[in-house]
Design a protein around this ligand. Sequence first.
Ligand SMILES: *[C@@H]1O[C@H](CO)[C@@H](O)[C@H](O)[C@H]1NC(C)=O
Ligand SMILES: *[C@@H]1O[C@H](CO)[C@@H](O)[C@H](O)[C@H]1NC(C)=O
Ligand SMILES: *[C@@H]1O[C@H](CO)[C@@H](O)[C@H](O)[C@H]1NC(C)=O
Ligand SMILES: *[C@@H]1O[C@H](CO)[C@@H](O)[C@H](O)[C@H]1NC(C)=O
Length: 255
Amino acid sequence: MGNFSAILIYFLIHIAGALAHWRYDRLIIDGQIVGEPYQYVRRSNNSNNPLDDLSSTDMRCNAGALSGKSTQTLAVPAGAEIGFAIAKHFGHPGPQQVYLSKAPGAAADYDGSGGWARIYSLTTAPANSSISAKYERSNATSQTLKWASRRMDSFRFTLPASTPPGEYLLRAEGIALHAAHKNASAQFYVSCAQIKLTGNGDGIIGPLVQIPGWYQANDPGILLPTAWERLTTYSTPGPPLWPESSQEQHVVRSL
Ligand SMILES: *[C@@H]1O[C@H](CO)[C@@H](O)[C@H](O)[C@H]1NC(C)=O
Ligand SMILES: *[C@@H]1O[C@H](CO)[C@@H](O)[C@H](O)[C@H]1NC(C)=O
Ligand SMILES: *[C@@H]1O[C@H](CO)[C@@H](O)[C@H](O)[C@H]1NC(C)=O
Ligand SMILES: *[C@@H]1O[C@H](CO)[C@@H](O)[C@H](O)[C@H]1NC(C)=O
């Protein structure tokens, strides 16, 4: 192979990979994007690179985002519909989840070292979904799983109405599974928004987990038994959803 071809192939592989990456950078309230990119979502120092070290505190809000001093906090009523808008889109197969953690004081001063509850999970799409099972560079069949967030650029969900008032970190977590049949090769995309919940919710949030510590390298949803193209069942990682009656979602509510 000539040098030029080698360089071209290197370039194509790396650029194509980076283009499939994404960042959560804006909030959505009641069907409208609010604010500028990173006005209410902490900016990382990580461009759009994925994380893979489950033992790192970067897994909370991303690299360089343990402080929120330069991020504003958005007031939202508990029970509201909220969501994340994404630059550019979810370019890899896998679930999208949201975790919530109450700050002891101001969200801007909170490093996410307290407990986190899992409040939203968007996983596989129904078998009859019009989403194609055949993704680029894959040999998926009609039996293999489809992913509800595939190529979407936003998702919305409801903030539980019983959430007590106060300031919180709202953490988006996307897990890319395209290499997750190899150890420590699930890719994590995470970001934290800062919100101030209003209302008079009196629920007790939980079960709570610590990040890091919330997932283990060999959890079934992190280390796959086979390449994602061949998966026919998937078990989403994380503690039970809160509130207790919440279900995993299989259809995205996008903008
Ligand atoms: C990003 O922040 C992390 C701390 O989370 C730090 O260790 C790292 O050096 C920073 N990287 C850059 C490129 O500034
Ligand atoms: C898929 O199946 C579900 C459950 O049977 C049904 O409610 C839904 O309308 C179907 N969707 C399509 C696109 O056929
Ligand atoms: C895709 O198909 C090729 C050629 O048949 C095969 O070598 C490869 O193992 C398949 N990949 C997966 C993940 O099944
Ligand atoms: C899997 O990766 C984790 C994290 O890097 C490591 O601690 C563990 O030893 C690895 N397990 C195997 C079987 O390689």
